[in-house]
Write a protein that binds this ligand. Sequence first.
Ligand SMILES: Cc1ncc(COP(=O)(O)O)c(C=O)c1O
Length: 460
Amino acid sequence: MTGKASASSLDRQQILTALGRHWNPTAALMMAATERQVESHAHGSEVFGEDGSCSLDFAGSYGVFLVGHQNDAVREAVLHELERAPAIPPGATHPAMAELFSLLLEILPPGLDRFTLGCSGAEVSEAALRAAYLARPGRHRIVIVAGGYHGKTLGALTVLGQEEHRRDFLPGGSDLVVVPPGDAASVRRAVSSRDVAAVFVEPVLGGAYLRVPPADFLPEVSRACAETDTLLVADEIQTGFGRTGRMFAVEHFGVVPDIILLSKALTGGFVPVAVAAMTHEVASAARRSPQWHPGVLEGTTPSALSMAAATATIREVRRLGLPERAERVGAALRDGLRAAVRKHPRHLVDAPGIGMMTGLRTRNPAVENLISMQMSARGIHLGHSLNEQMDQPVLRFYPPLTVRSEQIQRVLQALDESLQWLDRRPAWLMRRITWLLRRQYQLPPPLVLKLMHSNLKVNW
Ligand SMILES: Cc1ncc(COP(=O)(O)O)c(C=O)c1O
């Protein structure tokens, strides 16, 4: 067990005031409204408050804490590197990167053997876009799936004032084709014009949608891409490293993409890092572009610390057999969630998911919020969809893959109690709460706190 962090000298009100004033007033208000404790330390699936409380983390930062909080082996590797040479100075030869690459080669689908590094998922999504534009010159359309998420930073390139860096990628602005989830025929139609550089997919659509596609979707998309020389980019930022019951979700469908994106779980939550792995064909086609130069796909900050964390995390995933565990233990979680759906059809639609990428599709955003709050009050943190505009958002259950069976039982028990509590609320209240939720960002902050029975003050 790790050393407990020393208690903060700031109380909850002071912390939220600082966050509200100097960072994000809306996020601070939401934190104030949910009345969670100030976190002190965490280990495995458990998060401890400064008041000594212990909660179960079934949100896992949407997939980051796959090997559990403060995984001992990863922490050791990080501390070891910290004492050696945590940064890789430009021009230095350091073994950390090569070690990570050789491990990635052992676990990735065959042929994905060229790597680009970044610090966030969005950064490597952009690297994949740049690689696609370079490797398929003259093609400026990109196909994406409605509801897909690949990060938020493309704006950086769109607004870049240095024309020489921008013109090759966004000559007339990006040209997106949005297809419905699971609809391979639409992808085929879009790529048949042979002006699409790449199709971006999450093999299992995450976010508030959580959709496993029909079995023939990805194979058919892959065929359509191969026939038209279009690149297939699989974003495994949420699904990678065992979350779905396979090391990578594409394995469920027998598909090998041209580019695969990895981040989130990759470093066990210690240091953010991301990788775009691509085939030799993509990398060499990009190299042949007149616009190619050695730094075109990445930034300047590879860190030995993050490489060491990633290497140790992958070793842990394999040592603990986490993909198999996700499949086996995840089945118990999914069975429990499905039983809840059968018992509470008034509130729940279904329990989608695969492996330990699971969730509850709720009848409306009020149900999602109220279950989330009730569970939080019972010491269980779930992955809220953060989308009150959706009609039937999915409340996500993404525990670390190291979660123990009795912890899953505790969560299912708390869920049953929360749903029983919900059963006692009248239908008009749900409609009123949905109405309020959809306007929550327009409501005066003190009113939000009053409605949530919070005793904190908004003084930012
Ligand atoms: C599937 C997927 N792709 C990309 C991203 C973006 O990653 P980041 O937040 O590190 O930029 C996320 C983040 O949630 C994601 O879930």
